[in-house]
Design a protein around this ligand. Structure first.
Ligand code: HEM
Length: 196
């Protein structure tokens, strides 16, 4: 079945992203507010551009696409952390257009960004324990869809599989999901590359 194949064939690249030094710091028992801020800044630099450049390619095929925007939640979290937005590197429009050329490659990328809401549940729990409720009560991005997370994820998977209608389309989505994990892994770094 396509969804099982997608999950198992992207397992290694998700694991690599979990092993990224920024992810390790985030999940470390000694996590600091800076570690949280650094992680969010890097993700924001990718998600913001993805929503601006790649979401238009999904308008026709995902009826819920506009509800999936998360960069505003991230923006509000970063404002609370008093972050300097002029210093946040953003993944270029040119690079997005290079990697996401059609609706199927865009769907593969969206799978990765929507799936981050699942990990978010665990990340929020960890940050609550380590940084305390005061920080976490105001946290919007890692709260994501809250109690609706599983329902929205299942709906998304239905939409996703309805577009994987043959083996070639399946392959394009899976390759693009793996590519997205790899791009994020390179992007979440001290000096993100200008173009990947
Ligand atoms: C510290 C970093 C991370 C941790 C600890 C983590 C943890 C997890 C966990 C526990 C799940 C499974 C949740 C469940 O089945 O209910 C999950 C799923 C997933 N995560 Fe992550 N994650 C991390 C980072 C990310 C990032 C940065 C992304 C993408 C932006 C991402 C994308 C995904 C996807 C796509 C899935 C769904 C896989 C599937 O079921 O098909 N994760 N993550």
């Amino acid at each position: 079945m396509f969804l099982q194949k997608l999950k198992s064939e992207t397992g290694n690249s998700h694991f690599a992203l979990e092993q990224n030094p920024y992810s390790i710091n985030l999940m470390n028992p000694n996590v600091s507010l800076d570690d949280y801020s650094n992680y969010l800044q890097r993700l924001y630099g990718f998600v913001f551009g993805f929503e601006r450049t790649v979401f238009p390619k999904l308008q026709e095929i995902d009826p819920d696409i506009n509800l999936r925007r998360k960069s505003e939640l991230m923006h509000r979290d970063l404002l609370k952390l008093k972050c300097d937005f002029t210093k946040i590197p953003t993944f270029s429009e040119e690079a997005f257009n290079l990697h996401y050329t059609n609706s199927l490659t865009a769907l593969g990328g969206l799978y990765v960004l929507e799936g981050s809401m699942l990990g978010g549940v665990m990340i929020k729990k960890h940050l609550t324990e380590k940084l305390g409720n005061k920080v976490v009560d105001n946290m919007e991005y890692f709260t994501g869809y809250g109690s609706e997370t599983v329902k929205i994820w299942k709906n998304f998977l239905n939409i996703l599989s309805s577009h994987a209608t043959d083996i070639e389309k399946e392959r394009i989505i899976i390759n693009s999901a793996n590519n997205t994990f790899d791009l994020l892994n390179q992007w979440i770094a001290p000096h993100p590359p200008k173009i990947i």
